[in-house]
Design a protein around this ligand. Structure first.
Ligand code: NAD
Length: 510
């Protein structure tokens, strides 16, 4: 039995833990001589040093995956499904260990980290159905004596590059369907919170996944470029910020790879005058400040339509003092710190710039952050924000909620449609007709009707429009099965030898 990683909660922060790669079914210390700091954001201290891979180390992972591929892709679908049931059980049993690692390195509160693992588990559960998911089609007697059928086969060696904000779930979006489809997978997790990927590797081994089918290489741009340029990697999935997503898509496709690159977001929540204001205020606080706003589906702009604005802003203002900001390991904490000191300072700068550019600061999180060295910022609310302000234009990715006041429904929808991003959007209303019109009108990939964070369930797919996604395929669900497999169509004839003859004419279908 593999010895599982000790959750970093047990670590003493004075001891800096080395975080190695995982290649060929074992921990492998990096040899590049380069490493990156990993912090405990709640305490503001360095807790780990992650090895940063060289080009040669990426190649070692690719060779391991390549060696494992023939055995894995020929493993029957029944056996793969069996293994995924075992994977589901072991991840479920260790969900709290995984969540504690997330809280220790990312900072999100433990209940939120448990939620992240639970949503990732749904994708593993979806992958348990792999035999039905890769079913092809069959046409008998397409031509006389000729049958035609389609099959889907794995791409081969594929890679995933993931962001800091969901260190367990976003990798699950990728490795679960990729491996279930018969591919071998290389994960390059965020170097800011890399330990969850090592526990993932250990749990997969424990469940019985053969060595080499799942590898982890930590790293920065050197590792990412080595993945994008490696001739033996067939497909790359990416989730992260828009400038890097664009770069990944352009560079990966230039090197002949299939690429899906999910980018950043600026998610609007529109509240119509007929909405239930108390419910809308609860939703805005939950979706704006949950995970300290470090969710790609966080609500960052609240669009108050018509005369609802004053009551809505008041209702939110009343709720803010009750949001408990603190160490994510402390029971009762509802919002943890930001991931790094630099990011916290950048987020805080939008309160300053918002005020300077004419917004009204209703709540200033700089005044309400807990004392200490942790990377904390309290909840912040800006009112009277306009589209020209930096707080509106940039993806802040922190606990700063902006209120934009719009006169009409059309003005509100235009705001969303003119925005360069198109990830999630929500409408709060009691009017079914308005809601139906909204889903027709709005240019975004995921729409919530009285649902502030409309992350699709695992048997649909996740993805935005415009600058929130480069490539054609959304993540997980049916689109992931398509992304991680290639189609093949077989035209077959089993002729009766008695009717065989030479015919040099072009094959006819009738
Ligand atoms: P990021 O783009 O900085 O990093 C993502 C990955 O790219 C990491 O693995 C990182 O090591 C790598 N990377 C960073 N800079 C690079 C460079 N110059 N060249 C090559 N690789 C590089 O993103 P982040 O800060 O880790 O995550 C937050 C961002 O991710 C936000 O913009 C958020 O909206 C987005 N996100 C999007 C989704 C989605 O589904 N659309 C989901 C989660 C997060």
């Amino acid at each position: 039995m593999t010895e599982l990683a000790e959750a970093p909660t047990a670590r003493r922060d004075e001891t800096i833990t080395r975080i190695p790669h995982w290649i060929d079914g074992a921990r492998v210390d990096g040899t590049s001589g380069r490493s990156g700091p990993v912090y405990n954001p709640a305490r503001g201290v360095q807790s780990g040093a992650v090895d940063l891979a060289s080009v040669e180390e990426i190649d070692a992972a690719v060779q391991s995956a390549k060696r494992a591929l023939p055995g894995w892709r020929s493993t029957s679908l029944a056996k793969r499904a069996d293994l995924f049931f075992a994977i589901r059980e072991i991840f479920h049993a260790h969900r709290e260990d995984l969540a504690k690692i997330l809280t220790a390195e990312h900072g999100k509160v433990l209940s939120d980290a448990m939620g992240e693992v639970a949503r990732g588990l749904e994708v593993i559960e979806y992958a348990c159905g792999i035999p039905t998911l890769v079913k092809g089609e069959f046409t008998e007697q397409a031509s006389t004596g000729v049958d035609v059928y389609s099959i889907r086969q794995p791409v081969g060696v594929v890679a995933g590059i993931t962001p800091f904000n969901f260190p367990a779930m976003v990798p699950m979006w990728m490795w679960a369907p990729a491996i279930a489809c018969g591919n071998c997978f290389i994960l390059k997790p965020s170097e800011k919170d890399p330990s969850a990927s090592l526990l993932t590797a250990e749990l997969l081994k424990e469940a019985g996944l053969p060595d080499g089918v799942f590898n982890v290489v930590h790293g920065d741009k050197v590792a990412v470029d080595a993945i994008l340029e490696h001739p033996e990697i067939g497909a790359v999935s990416f989730v992260g910020s828009t400038p890097i997503a664009r770069y990944i898509y352009e560079t990966g496709t230039k090197h002949g790879k299939r690429v899906q690159a999910l980018g950043g977001a600026k998610n609007h929540m529109i509240v119509l005058p007929d909405a239930d204001v108390e419910m809308a205020a609860d939703a805005a606080v939950s979706a704006g400040y949950g995970s300290a706003g470090e969710r790609c589906m966080a609500v960052s702009v609240l669009v108050a339509v018509g005369d609802v604005a004053d009551t809505l802003v008041d209702a939110i203002r009343e709720r803010l003092p009750n949001v408990k900001v603190g160490d994510g390991m402390e029971p009762g904490s509802e919002m943890g710190p930001l991931v790094t000191r630099e990011h916290r300072d950048k987020v805080a700068s939008y309160i300053e710039s918002g005020a300077g550019q004419g917004a009204k600061v209703v709540a200033d999180g700089r005044d309400t952050a807990p004392d200490g060295d942790g990377f904390f910022l309290g909840v912040s609310l800006l009112d009277d924000v306009t589209p020209e302000m930096d707080a509106y234009k940039d993806e802040i990715f922190g606990p700063v909620l902006s209120v934009v006041r719009a006169k009409t429904y059309d003005e509100a929808v235009s705001l969303v449609n003119d925005n360069p991003y198109g990830n999630g959007v929500a409408l709060f209303t009691r009017d079914g007709g308005a809601a139906r019109q909204f889903q027709f009108d709005v240019n975004a990939g995921m729409v919530g009707i009285n649902v502030p964070i409309p992350v699709p369930v695992a048997y649909y797919s996740f993805g935005g429009w415009k600058a929130s996604l480069f490539g054609d395929s959304h993540a997980y669900g049916p689109e992931s099965i398509h992304f991680y497999t290639r189609g093949k169509v077989v035209t077959s004839r089993w002729p009766d030898p008695a009717t065989s003859k030479i015919d040099l004419g072009f094959p006819q279908t009738r």
